[in-house]
Design a protein around this ligand. Structure first.
Ligand SMILES: [Zn+2]
Length: 241
């Protein structure tokens, strides 16, 4: 049986629309049982086996399924289906004179009394800016969308035998987000902060085992039911790019 509390924490532990949290539900009603539900943003993406997948132990398939969803309380979930509004939202970020745009697909809930529109999407925000230093070059500002969807991160890693190092810093705090160091051949050491969402990985205790830790969307989940949002992961790896 999957640890639903772990999946709820992974999805923010609260309704993505009205914001009521599990803590508040327990304080008010003594339970959160039957009060939160996963809603598929694109119902066509829902696996026909969804109800079985979600009941099983934590797995890649289960997380892939939950990644298609937003977490909603029953009330907001009901309103969302009753209003049935599909929406797209384009956001442009402007940092250090550089711009990046991301278009999100989602669903919306409208509160006519408050004149309030809530946009809900399962898509990951890729407009976080970073300072990137390749080898001895000067720092450049790049957005997550450039690193990931324009495959810049992959191309930097591909050429690490020439640059020797790649350092990526969170733009605001200047804390290290990712660091890669060339060893020899195609071997590198790669370290990244769990909150740096440029990587999706699964760690096994022994070769051939099912994963013991999943790292994705800036969060680490363990098969024991834990959730971690900070910390560093280090891999000794061979590049196959
Ligand atoms: Zn709600």
């Amino acid at each position: 049986m999957a640890n639903k509390e772990q999946l709820f924490k992974y999805k923010g532990n609260k309704c993505a629309c009205c914001g009521i949290s599990i803590i508040e539900m327990v304080e008010r009603y003594g339970t959160f049982n039957r009060m939160l539900e996963f809603n598929h943003i694109n119902p066509d993406d829902k696996d026909p086996e969804y109800s079985n997948i979600i009941r099983r132990v934590l797995s890649t398939k289960q997380l892939d399924e939950v990644d298609k969803c937003v977490l909603l309380c029953r009330n907001c979930h009901g309103i969302l289906h009753a209003q049935n509004i599909n929406a797209e939202w384009e956001i442009t970020a402007n940092v250090d004179g550089q711009k990046a745009t991301q278009r999100f697909k989602g669903q919306a809930i409208v509160d006519l009394k408050k004149n309030h529109f809530t946009f809900l999407t399962n898509e990951r925000m890729l407009l976080n800016p970073y300072h990137v230093i390749i080898g001895a070059s000067k720092p450049r500002t790049l957005f997550g969308i450039q690193l990931e969807t324009e495959s810049l991160l992959m191309s930097f890693l591909k050429d690490i035998d020439k640059s020797k190092t790649i350092k990526i810093f969170f733009w605001g705090t200047q804390k290290i987000a990712m660091e890669a160091e060339y060893i020899c051949g195609r071997d590198i050491i790669l370290k990244h902060d769990i909150s740096f969402s440029g990587f999706k990985s699964e760690l096994m205790e022994n070769k051939g085992d099912s994963p013991a830790i999943w790292i994705r969307n800036g969060i680490a989940l363990t098969k024991e039911g834990e959730i971690k949002k900070s910390g560093t992961v280090t891999y000794n790896m061979e590049l196959i790019v």
